[in-house]
Design a protein around this ligand. Structure first.
Ligand code: NAD
Length: 256
């Protein structure tokens, strides 16, 4: 059977370690024949991501703190040199201050709100602007989102508002970039135990709650999220843009 991403070059932002959703996605992209480029946030993450990059046979592992326009410009420069073209991008990045996820939402500070929006939502705009000129044969941009964008999830707080913003960013980018053949979608994953998720107080009880009540009666496996990301990066989804695809054992449809 031919591989779904053969001949495609994929940029994956947000691998921190083997538990990252971006790791599962990069692994599935590799399985499907994509050439991989990974990024790391800063020097502190460099060694870990380089090790993971070797495991995944990544062609390049490059620095990129999405808070820095300078680093995004350097990333664009590096990508222009090699491989010169990008076909798929995965944006798997979010950040909020820990205290903004452990006190009442009404206590959110102006600075904490801005930070969550900047790293978790605006960065998708900045990344899209960086890679779009390199998507010379069209492309696919996929970001990771969560149900907390539209429903109140305990302690998700400022991150829920940032995810609402991120999903609106998906729609506006899809409209802007569609004429260039670039599709932009969100993947709404059910809760998975990762470093980012551990920052949310009570996360384990969310996992238990979902496993008991989701239609499939189990939690989300990162490989399920990864296979959906393959679909969104591949020609199989060529008619899909501006969408949010739920990979959450169906939990998001439930009322009571
Ligand atoms: P993770 O901690 O493995 O990944 C988060 C990544 O964001 C890390 O690689 C970190 O380095 C990166 N990051 C943070 N600030 C950055 C910056 N300034 N510049 C560059 N990179 C930066 O956790 P994860 O759960 O795999 O999170 C990935 C994405 O999936 C996030 O957007 C998260 O909100 C989303 N998501 C997670 C879950 C879950 O339950 N784990 C569910 C739905 C959506």
């Amino acid at each position: 059977m031919s591989k779904l991403l053969e001949g495609k070059c994929a940029l994956v932002l947000g691998v921190a370690n083997r538990w990252s959703l971006a790791y599962a996605i990069a692994d599935a992209f590799r399985r499907e024949g994509a050439c991989l480029i990974l990024t790391y946030q800063g020097e502190r993450q460099r060694d870990a991501v380089e090790t993971v990059g070797q495991e995944l046979a990544a062609a390049q592992v490059l620095p990129c703190d999405v808070a820095s326009d300078g680093e995004l410009a350097q990333l664009a420069e590096k990508l222009r040199e090699s491989p010169g073209r990008v076909d798929a991008v995965v944006h798997s990045i979010a950040f909020a201050n820990r205290e903004d996820m452990s006190r009442p939402f009404v206590e959110t500070s102006r600075a904490g709100f801005s930070l969550a929006q900047d790293i978790s939502a605006y960065s998708l705009v900045a990344v899209a602007r960086t890679v779009a000129p390199l998507m010379t044969e069209g492309g696919s941009i996929t970001t990771l989102t969560y149900l907390g964008s539209t429903r109140v999830i305990p302690n998700y707080n400022v991150m829920g508002v940032a995810k609402a913003s991120l999903e609106a960013v998906v729609r506006y980018l899809a409209s802007d970039l569609g004429p260039k053949g670039i599709r932009v979608n969100g993947l709404s994953a059910g809760p998975v135990k990762t470093a980012a998720a551990r920052a949310i107080p009570g996360f384990s009880s969310i996992l238990d709650y979902v496993a008991q009540r989701a239609p499939l009666r189990r939690n989300t496996d990162p490989r399920e999220v990864a296979d959906a990301a393959v679909f969104l990066a591949s020609p199989l989804s060529r008619g899909v843009t501006g969408n949010v695809l739920f990979v959450d054992s169906g939990f998001g449809i439930m009322g009571l």
